[in-house]
Design a protein around this ligand. Structure first.
Ligand SMILES: NC(=O)c1ccc[n+]([C@@H]2O[C@H](COP(=O)([O-])OP(=O)(O)OC[C@H]3O[C@@H](n4cnc5c(N)ncnc54)[C@H](OP(=O)(O)O)[C@@H]3O)[C@@H](O)[C@H]2O)c1
Length: 315
């Protein structure tokens, strides 16, 4: 099969498309013929060994000290089940599914294997690009807004980085839970923020974050430029600070009303997101889409830090 392989950390050009063995599913896995995958911020970080401050050594222990241990990136996929493991009963060959691969990655390929606990059926009205686009940012937004902050109707939420994969989902999910959303973005994305449901939009090119005098029940940072101290200044007295991008130091200090850490990857959450998509309450914003042969260009687009929503790769 074709796979996008990288054998050294570095710029987008370290990723090349080569022949690779088709993986075999373990007993609790399905193998999926990938139709659409995405190049996410996680793929870009691992390829470049560019981890949040303080996490470098820990991340290299996980992903490979001198060179990557997992040479095929790709954390999300949508496609069709092609083979099932011996103990799989929930899925059959031919099912349209999407899912995530956790720290195994491997979805930047014609075929990927994934545990059934990280695979969900795609409802009929949801297209592959929407399914593949929703999972990365959607699971992060769900973990933080629903599970860590328990957003309810009337909650005021500031989403910093409203135009990224995480932010575009966070705005829509916060609105779905009845919150009043303020999004922080740059000038070109102001209208998109409103279209996704933000009532207020702050253009960070004209208004510095430190000058914001409003106080919010929830501040959700999907950029990494809000410190615990600066975040607290923007919160109500019992407000919650959500740091989707946190240094090791911030992560160690995150307790009580300050939350950080990895997002969950659960099939039940994928189904929640897909049902919302099927009912047009949630949509994946697509920045751009590339054929597998151009995946290095897709990485370069993600590396700009300016993508709007998701960068997809079609097989
Ligand atoms: N904790 C977890 O489990 C978890 C899970 C997923 C992602 N993450 C992390 O979350 C971060 C966001 O991920 P993502 O996929 O959403 O990234 P992304 O899509 O690459 O974010 C790009 C967006 O960020 C916006 N942006 C850049 N600088 C900004 C600023 N100063 N203020 C406001 N917006 C700004 C850009 O908009 P403009 O062009 O308008 O600036 C762009 O649209 C990444 O660092 C990722 O590693 C963490």
């Amino acid at each position: 099969m074709r796979a996008a392989v990288f054998t050294e950390y570095g710029p987008p050009s370290v990723v090349t498309v080569t022949n690779y063995p088709i993986p075999s599913p373990a007993k609790n896995e399905v193998r999926v013929k990938v139709a659409t995958t995405a190049v996410t911020a996680a793929d870009s970080r691992i390829r470049a060994a560019n981890f949040p401050k303080g996490f470098g050594m820990l991340a290299r222990l996980i992903f490979g000290i001198r060179a990557p241990r997992r040479t095929v990136l790709g954390a999300v996929f949508a496609g069709v089940v092609d083979a099932v493991g011996a103990e799989v009963t929930d899925f059959a060959v031919g099912d349209r599914v999407c899912g995530m691969t956790g720290a195994k990655f491997g979805a930047h390929a014609d075929y990927v294997c994934a545990k059934v606990t990280k695979v969900a059926a795609i409802p009929e009205p949801v297209a592959d690009d929407q399914a593949a686009g929703i999972l990365f940012g959607g699971t992060t937004a769900l973990t933080y807004l629903r599970d860590k902050a328990a957003v309810t109707p009337g909650t005021t939420v500031l989403v910093n980085g409203g135009s990224g994969a995480v932010g575009t989902n966070a705005i829509q999910l916060a609105r779905h839970y009845g919150a009043h959303v303020t999004a922080v973005t740059s000038t070109g994305n102001v209208q998109l923020m409103r279209d996704l449901g933000a009532e207020q939009v702050i253009d960070y090119t004209t208004t510095e974050l430190k000058t914001i005098s409003n106080q919010f029940d929830v501040v959700f940072d999907a950029v990494g430029n809000i410190t615990i101290e600066s975040g607290r200044r923007m919160l109500t007295s019992d407000g919650v600070l959500l740091l989707a991008v946190a240094s090791l130091g911030q992560t160690l200090k995150a307790h009580g009303k300050v939350k950080a850490g990895p997002a969950s990857e659960r099939a039940a959450d994928f189904t929640t997101l897909l049902e919302l998509a099927a009912h047009r309450e949630l949509r994946a914003v697509i920045d751009s889409s590339y054929p597998l042969a151009d995946i290095a260009t897709a990485h370069a687009r993600v590396d700009t830090g300016r993508k709007v929503g998701n960068v997809l790769v079609t097989m």
